[in-house]
Design a protein around this ligand. Structure first.
Ligand code: IMP
Length: 191
């Protein structure tokens, strides 16, 4: 499997791009005190680094939803398991996503959050698998245009593992199914 896994984005490349996105957001949202909203669990890594790199006042909040249910294909079915604590009504919201694939999850979230009447809502996604899009969604801040491959690391998981990789790897889910520990060497080496 190790031969089958390929580093798509190194830790350095991710951190550099996150810094650039934070600079753009800091410029666009100066004086607007936005709320950064993320979906647990995958986007938590990105949200924390992004927020640390901003230079404006902002708040954060999380939602938990069920969508993939442990497999790697989206069903387009989204259920809110844990809602936001903050009232976003009248506030500027930035929805921070780890990866946008079909866009079904994001479009559901956007319609749910929009119904709470925020002052504005925009999307910041680290990875955009644009070729897989089914539901059209506007991504205002995009980290990388990601190839149509299954990826793990930097918060992204396969069956809950490998979120703790500091880089992002392209993997074969079938091989990981057969050998869940196949990527251990990547956890041990600096990326
Ligand atoms: P969408 O509704 O198809 O856009 O799916 C978005 C969600 O699918 C993301 O938030 C991830 O949880 C998951 N996802 C999509 N592609 C990948 C991948 O390559 N690796 C890990 N999770 C993924």
């Amino acid at each position: 499997m190790e031969e089958g896994a390929r580093v798509l984005y190194t830790e350095d490349a991710i951190q550099q791009r996150v810094g650039e996105l934070a600079a753009e957001i800091s410029r666009d949202y100066a004086g607007r005190d936005p709320i950064l909203v993320s979906v647990l669990k995958g986007a938590a890594w990105f949200l924390a680094d992004l927020m640390k790199a901003t230079t404006i006042t902002c708040r954060m909040d999380f939602m938990a939803i069920s969508s993939y249910g442990g497999a790697e294909e989206s069903m387009g079915v989204v259920r809110i398991l844990q809602d936001l604590e903050l009232d976003i009504g009248g506030h500027h919201v930035i929805l921070v996503e780890d990866i946008v694939d079909t866009g079904l999850t994001l479009s559901y979230l956007l319609s749910t959050l929009s119904s709470r009447e925020p002052a504005s809502i925009s999307v910041c996604a680290l990875l955009d698998k644009s070729v897989r899009r089914i539901a059209p969604v506007e991504i205002r801040y995009r980290g990388f245009d990601c190839p149509d491959r299954f990826v793990v690391g930097y918060g992204l998981d396969y069956a809950e593992r490998y979120r703790n990789l500091r880089c992002i790897l392209e993997v074969d889910p079938q091989e990981l199914e057969e050998d869940p520990l196949a990527l251990v060497p990547h956890l041990r080496r600096p990326s």
